[in-house]
Design a protein around this ligand. Structure first.
Ligand code: AHR
Length: 497
């Protein structure tokens, strides 16, 4: 056991942790939308208006605040008019980007908005810049949000929705440096300025416009976008996936990996902090007030697809390693809540670092799901500064901090601390010093997610191998919690005053 100190200043208010940091992403990719969320009204799988009930209930439990749709790369090939009107007459097309399968457009704007309503989540729609037109994008916004007499509002009413929807978050394209058009930042910045002009605010519906942002460490993209179009955007996106190997030569297996790969995965997860700081520094130069949100609308692990599955479907298993990746990222996002206003893990069901996996009528919750359930206490809470003085987790000649944390104060005064022990092999004794409490700690409750092997995961035969349990391995003295963290663990401590 190594020794570590984490100071939590409970009397310093660092601002609100936007609940949208806990946002999600669902693309028309593999079995995410079809099978994962949408089974259709006639399915034998219990559903509400076509949305499967088991997945709905599970997502409601983690208080999913916001859902991004329809892509991803799919967004810049999606023509929304194909996905409205009577389902049986909707256009059947080829999902060219993801597996070349037939897309029957049965899940379109009305179905997505209904899903968001059932979830109690805000919709975040990504429009088509790459292969779409200004008119098409403009009419989509009119279709969804115009109240009164207009060609698109009339069509919406004919399709069964008299009242407009409320739509706040709208993305003007996706990955326009790549699948969204292979553009240079100067060209996209001009296109962004043009397209966003016609993303109108109708009535009292005010749209938060998100510009397509950089890939990983393309700081020049952020620089050009902020300089040329910063004043015309509310948010600027950033995409970064945790890939232990090489994107093209072999990303690494989701379940069969070495201790070196464990280490590199932790290291690459922590790189998110450097990305936020460096992109954030550029944003600060153009926007010192931090008006423009950093929107990390794709993140998470990306491994080789599960052997035997369609390579274009990006289905992967999810282990305790993924849980640590989620915990580390969410702590980083919390700690940068002054600039990070939204993030969307990729993707909700059956794709990449999913919350949920399905097989026919069966559903399992992944270790990542459990992390989101534990961390939901941070949504819209007040960020508290943490100061960590921790030992190193060493591997060959490299090292990382062994323990990482974030903390927040809930509306009822509870202090929630989430901690990750990155080391798969060694436990950590952590002294968590709660400073600035007026009345001292009344009681503490703990929940831990851990496992006995690095690749422990849930499957359809054994759905509860990795699940949170009550944690009591701590003592309290003078507002200092001495906590015995197991190896490879994610921990939530709730201190009531
Ligand atoms: O999430 C999978 C894909 O990753 C998205 O479609 C794309 O935006 C990114 O490259």
């Amino acid at each position: 056991m190594t020794k570590n100190t984490i100071i939590v200043n409970t009397d310093i208010d660092k601002g609100k942790i936007n609940k949208n940091i806990y946002g999600h992403f669902a693309e028309h990719l593999g079995r995410c939308i079809y099978e994962g969320l949408w089974v259709g009204e006639d399915s034998p799988i219990p559903n509400t208006n076509g949305i499967r009930n088991d997945v709905l209930e599970a997502l409601k439990e983690i208080q999913i605040p916001l859902l991004r749709w329809p892509g991803g790369c799919f967004a810049d090939e999606y023509h929304w008019k194909d996905g409205v009107g009577p389902r049986e007459s909707r256009k059947r097309m080829v999902n060219t980007h993801w597996g070349g399968v037939v897309e029957n457009n049965h899940f379109g704007t009305h179905e997505f908005m209904m899903l968001c309503e059932l979830l109690g989540a805000e919709p975040y729609i990504c429009g088509n810049v790459g292969s779409g037109t200004v008119q098409e994008m403009s009419e989509w916004v009119e279709y969804m949000t115009f109240n009164g007499e207009s060609p698109m509002a009339n069509w919406r009413a004919e399709n069964g929705k008299e009242e407009p929807w409320k739509l706040k978050y709208f993305g003007v394209g996706n990955e326009n440096w790549g699948c969204g058009g292979n553009m240079r930042p100067e060209y996209y910045a001009d296109l962004y300025r043009r397209f966003q002009t016609y993303v109108r605010n109708y009535g009292d519906n005010k749209i938060y416009k998100i510009a397509g942002g950089a890939n990983i460490d393309d700081y020049n993209w952020t620089e050009v976008l902020m300089r040329e179009a910063g004043k015309m955007m509310d948010g600027l996106s950033l995409h970064y996936y945790t890939i232990p190997g090489d994107f093209w030569l072999g990303k690494g297996s989701a379940t069969d990996f070495t201790t070196d790969e464990w280490f590199i995965t932790m290291k690459k997860s922590l790189f998110m902090e450097e990305l936020i700081e460096k992109h954030g520094t550029i944003m600060d130069r153009f926007d010192p007030e931090k008006r423009v949100g950093m929107i990390i609308d794709e993140w998470g692990t990306w491994f080789d697809v599960e052997p035997g599955t369609n390579p274009g479907f990006l289905y992967q298993q999810n282990t305790i390693r993924d849980a640590l990746v989620a915990g580390l990222h969410l702590n980083i996002f919390n700690n940068h809540a002054d600039r990070v206003q939204m993030t969307n893990i990729a993707q909700t069901v059956n794709v990449l670092q999913s919350m949920i996996l399905t097989e026919g009528d069966k559903m399992i919750k992944t270790p990542t799901y459990h992390v989101f359930n534990m961390y939901k206490v941070h949504q819209d809470a007040t960020l508290l500064p943490t100061d960590a003085n921790v030992a190193s987790y060493e591997n060959n000649d490299d090292k990382l901090p062994a323990v990482q944390a974030s903390a927040s104060k809930a509306a009822n005064g509870d202090v929630n601390i989430t901690l990750c022990n990155l080391d798969y092999n060694t436990g950590s004794t952590v002294n968590v010093e709660l400073r600035g409490l007026t009345n001292g700690v009344a009681n503490v409750k703990g929940t831990v997610l851990t496992a006995t092997s690095m690749n422990a995961h849930n499957d359809f035969e054994n759905p509860d191998v990795v699940k949170p349990v009550e944690f009591t391995n701590f003592t309290i003295e003078n507002n200092v919690l001495t906590v015995e963290m197991p190896p490879m663990s994610v921990l939530l401590l709730t201190a009531a005053q």
